[in-house]
Design a binder for this molecule. Structure first.
Ligand SMILES: Nc1ncnc2c1ncn2[C@@H]1O[C@H](COP(=O)(O)OP(=O)(O)OP(=O)(O)O)[C@@H](O)[C@H]1O
Length: 917
């Protein structure tokens, strides 16, 4: 076992050396963690844990021998610990750091050691182990233990719609900043919340079905069931405010989580810097579930440039602002007034270049106040941290000054309290460039404390006396080579070379004999030395005491520092959005509330009756436009409840278009301007996506199954206020089934849900729905074809597309000429034979034709030969039979790739065989 007490040591606990016995006891107590045991300048691990630490950290193991046996040991240098701790955390270990908790010099025997901190991936607070611009959360999901209390909710919380669904509490905390919040909901809500929180670690309460938290991609930590007992959780939560505010499940989740957070910080009681536990309702923000976050590539990019929406708009200047902007994008607003207030502020910054630049420049000097405040409250801050706080406070009046008189920023300006008292206090107390250590002096300014000044004067006078000693003794003794010096071991001395020893006066006492000289001291020198050393020691101790006292006084102001941090974060995020708006030519969106109507030119074709919908003029995709050579802007005009069927060739821009519409909504509701010439955005409650083939290659679920699950979520949960993007739904199964599912889904969304829907499809038959359903409209992406070459215009047009150009795209992609020629022939033959208009998709043609060829060895029109050039007919039939037998609905993308590879190999073999005479 890597964690827990090593069996070899445990067996002989009584015989071990006192230090190893101490180690065993600690390891036994912290048996879910790797214990790192402070010995001198190293954190040591022993036995199996040592093997693992050596492996993960790439450090050398040593064999340590004593009378009781030989033990493997491995040491992490204390000075370089963060680098190695990070590796252990990345390997998903918890690490208990057992430090010396008494001064080794003062200890009479064995130095006392205790675990001062348990590091876990979700609860680290060390600056070096944290990403500056994002939060590190540990989350907790707990059930209400089958109680009935949580079955209905009061206050602002969500009501349980389905009594059969259990309610779970979901809490999260960032231990470095003290941000803590909790909500409750059914399993689907839990999944959605976890994907938004993106925790680094998850506590899972007893009775929580693992399927509920399966979506969380992080380390899962087990805790004793006792921690989740309602009474225990309530007692913990009471330390952070009134536990009665919460429902049973919320209470259990938040209580168990905070208890864990306290444990990891050394169990010193409540975490002072967790100022409040916020209770929130996820429905008060635009809901984006894991599929939408992924499909819209807000924070993660799966293919292509690697850039995400967040990367594109992140023009913040401070870590505070960066985390805030991330949070805004993760939870856009749904309250129109609140959104407009953000737009007002962004507009104010956008209109004032100088103000914006001054503010951003001042923000560049801002340190991470939230984490600084956390360290101060935890008693972990050093003098440099306090100076960083001071320097950040200095920037505040500059920001206040810059934005004074700007109406839209008056609110946030009022919250920018420069904390003059604290700034003055720190400046009076702490020198400008203090050392890293706070125990070795040099921290506190002269004039701050009388006693310290007195002690320092004594020390200084002593040193001055010694500085003069050499000259005065040379004169007194007439020894012109006499020197006064100092060594760490022997202290001050008077050195006389051997040739002058006869002149040494009587009051000299020998201290040390060297080869060519002797060293002496006098009673006065000794007295002065004691005085200086004593004074320095006392000064260091007093400075430490004064510093701790100062730190406590600053910690008492945590609330005010927190409020300032919050205001600075907002200013930074707003200024960043304004910078993006100006630099990239974004426009302020006009917001439309629910059933609101507006007069005037709303753009062509974007009204049905009085209902105004989404209207974008010359909109662009914020991320693609950054990388595309020439991005073609497109309009979007969709009254509420429109189902737009978007057809067009592959690669023509359908997915890009659908995403850019959704991103405009997300950006607008997050408070940003949008990449368009003009924009009207109805407030949306939720964005659903079933886009692209970001298939779960590793997840093991077939593409089709996954697609259907996502479709289920959409059909189940979308409302008339939702925006739904569906990209080629149904393509993972046979054409007949796929087409049927797609049609049924469109009808359902149109008739039942009323959600504004963009549906990209290659099933041209669906476009007939426009004549049957009032709010179904056709749009298409055009391409031009000259001499068989296709050019994509990336321009959206009214009506349905006339061709899929699938074969042309296949040619572009490098499919062998002979296959392309054959495919062209088959499409043409089919079109002639069927005389259909509009044409059926290529996939359908291919399926039918290939089936018949496989069975009969002849194509359906009876024309031409079923042989591909250079390949024998039976080999073709074999290949087609193999193709037909593939069970696509049960095939994962990875398996599909393997099948394809196999088919290709067989085709090549068959071609080789065909070419042989
Ligand atoms: N408006 C545009 N201006 C310039 N380039 C664009 C535009 N829209 C899309 N593109 C580029 O065209 C390529 C294909 O776009 P997209 O994936 O949206 O096509 P699609 O029609 O959805 O294709 P498929 O049907 O194969 O999924 C992308 O690489 C994108 O960068």
């Amino acid at each position: 076992m890597v964690t827990g007490a090593p069996a070899t040591m445990l067996d002989r606990r009584e015989e071990l050396t006192p230090m190893l016995a101490q180690y065993v006891d600690v390891a036994r107590q912290y048996d879910d963690a790797i214990v790192l045991f402070r010995v001198g300048d190293f954190y040591k691990a022993f036995c199996e844990a040592a093997e693992e630490v050596a492996r993960v950290c790439e450090l050398t193991r040593i064999e340590r021998e004593d009378s009781t046996g030989t033990y493997t040991a491995c040491g992490i240098p204390v000075d370089n610990a963060p680098k190695y701790l990070k590796r252990l955390l990345d390997a998903e270990y918890r690490v208990a750091v057992a430090d010396q908790v008494e001064d080794p010099e003062a200890a009479s025997g064995l130095v006392d050691r205790a675990v001062t901190q348990v590091l876990t991936p979700g609860t680290v607070v060390e600056e070096e182990l944290l990403a500056a611009g994002s939060n590190t959360y540990v989350a907790c999901v707990a059930s209400d233990a089958g109680g009935t209390e949580a079955s209905t909710r009061t206050g602002s919380g969500a009501t349980r719609e389905d009594d059969t669904d259990p309610t779970y509490g979901v809490a999260h905390v960032d231990v470095s900043t003290g941000e803590c919040a909790v909500t409750a909901g059914d399993p689907a809500a839990v999944d959605e919340e976890l994907s938004r929180i993106g925790p680094a670690e998850l506590l899972c309460g007893p009775g929580v079905d693992r399927a509920v938290v399966a979506g969380a991609d992080c380390m899962v930590t087990e805790r004793d069931a006792d921690e989740f007992a309602p009474e225990a959780a309530r007692a913990v939560l009471d330390r952070y405010g009134d536990s009665e505010r919460f429902d049973a499940a919320e209470r259990v989740a938040a209580g168990a989580l905070l208890s864990y957070a306290e444990y990891t910080q050394g169990d010193d009681g409540p975490l002072a810097y967790v100022r409040r536990v916020r209770r929130y309702d996820p429905r008060r923000s635009l809901r984006l579930d894991a599929t939408a976050l992924r499909g819209l590539e807000l924070f993660e990019n799966h293919v292509g440039s690697g850039r995400t929406l967040f990367d594109t708009i992140d023009e913040t200047r401070s870590a505070l602002g960066r985390r805030r902007l991330r949070a805004w994008l993760r939870r856009p607003l749904v309250d129109a007034d609140a959104i407009r207030a953000r737009h007002d502020a962004v507009a104010a910054f956008a209109e004032r270049t100088l103000v914006r630049e001054d503010v951003r420049e001042a923000l560049s000097a801002a340190y991470d106040l939230e984490r600084l405040a956390g360290r101060i409250a935890r008693g972990r801050a050093n003098a440099r941290d306090l100076r960083s706080l001071h320097d950040t406070l200095v920037a505040v009046p500059e920001i206040r000054e810059a934005i004074s008189g700007v109406g839209a920023l008056a609110g946030v300006r009022g919250e920018l309290d420069a904390l003059d008292d604290l700034r003055g206090l720190i400046d009076d107390a702490v020198v400008e460039e203090p050392p890293q250590e706070i125990t070795e002096g040099g921290v506190i300014r002269a004039g701050y404390d009388d006693e310290l000044d007195e002690i320092r004067t004594t020390a200084r006078e002593g040193r001055e006396w010694i500085a003069d000693l050499q000259a005065s003794e040379r004169e007194r003794t007439d020894i012109d080579t006499l020197e006064v010096g100092y060594t760490q071991v022997h202290g001050y001395y008077i050195e006389v070379t051997n040739g002058q020893l006869e002149k040494v006066p009587d009051d000299y006492t020998r201290r040390q004999t060297l080869k060519n000289s002797e060293r002496f001291y006098t009673p006065e020198l000794k007295r002065r030395e004691d005085e200086i050393l004593g004074a320095e020691e006392r000064a260091d101790a007093l400075e430490y005491e004064l510093f701790c006292d100062l730190r406590d006084r600053v910690a008492d102001e945590s609330d005010r520092i927190g409020a300032l941090a919050d205001a600075l974060a907002r200013v930074d995020a707003l200024a960043a959005l304004a910078t993006v708006a100006v630099d990239r030519d974004y426009v302020r969106p006009e917001l439309v509330d629910d059933a609101e109507t507006t007069e005037g030119d709303a753009g062509a074709g974007d009204r049905v009756g009085d209902e105004v919908g989404l209207g974008l003029k010359r909109s662009r995709h914020p991320v693609v436009e950054e990388t595309a050579n020439e991005f073609v802007p497109n309009d979007a005009a969709f009254p509420r409840g429109t189902v737009a069927l978007i057809t067009g060739p592959n690669m023509s821009g359908k997915s890009t278009y659908m995403r850019q519409v959704a991103l405009a909504v997300v950006l607008a509701q997050a408070g940003s301007f949008v990449p368009a010439e003009s924009a009207r955005i109805p407030v949306v409650d939720r964005v659903f996506t079933r886009v692209g083939a970001s298939d779960d290659i590793a997840g093991g679920e077939s593409t089709f199954m996954r697609e259907m699950r996502e479709l289920t979520d959409v059909l189940h949960d979308a409302t008339g206020d939702s925006l739904v993007l569906l990209d080629e739904v149904g393509r993972g199964t046979s054409t007949t089934d796929g087409r049927a599912i797609a049609r049924a889904a469109v009808e359902f969304l149109h008739d039942e849900t009323g959600a504004t829907t963009l549906f990209a499809t290659h099933y041209h038959e669906l476009t007939d729905l426009a004549s049957e359903c009032e709010r179904v409209v056709n749009r298409h992406f055009a391409a031009t074809e000259r001499d068989g070459e296709v050019t994509f215009l990336h321009r959206i047009r009214e009506g349905a597309a006339s061709s899929s150009y699938g074969v042309e795209v296949a040619e572009l992609a490098g499919v062998p000429e002979s296959v392309v020629a054959r495919a062209h022939g088959l499409v043409a033959a089919d079109r002639d034979g069927a005389g259909e208009s509009p044409p059926t998709p290529a996939g359908d043609d291919a399926q039918r034709t290939l089936d018949e060829v496989a069975t009969n060895g002849r194509d359906p029109d009876g024309e031409g030969d079923a042989e591909l050039p250079g390949v024998r007919g039976d080999a073709v039939a074999d290949l087609l039979a193999a193709l037909r037998d593939l069970q696509l609905a049960e095939t994962t993308p990875l398996e599909a790739l393997n099948h394809l590879h196999d088919l290709q190999r067989r085709a090549e073999d068959a071609a080789d065989a065909g070419e042989r005479p």
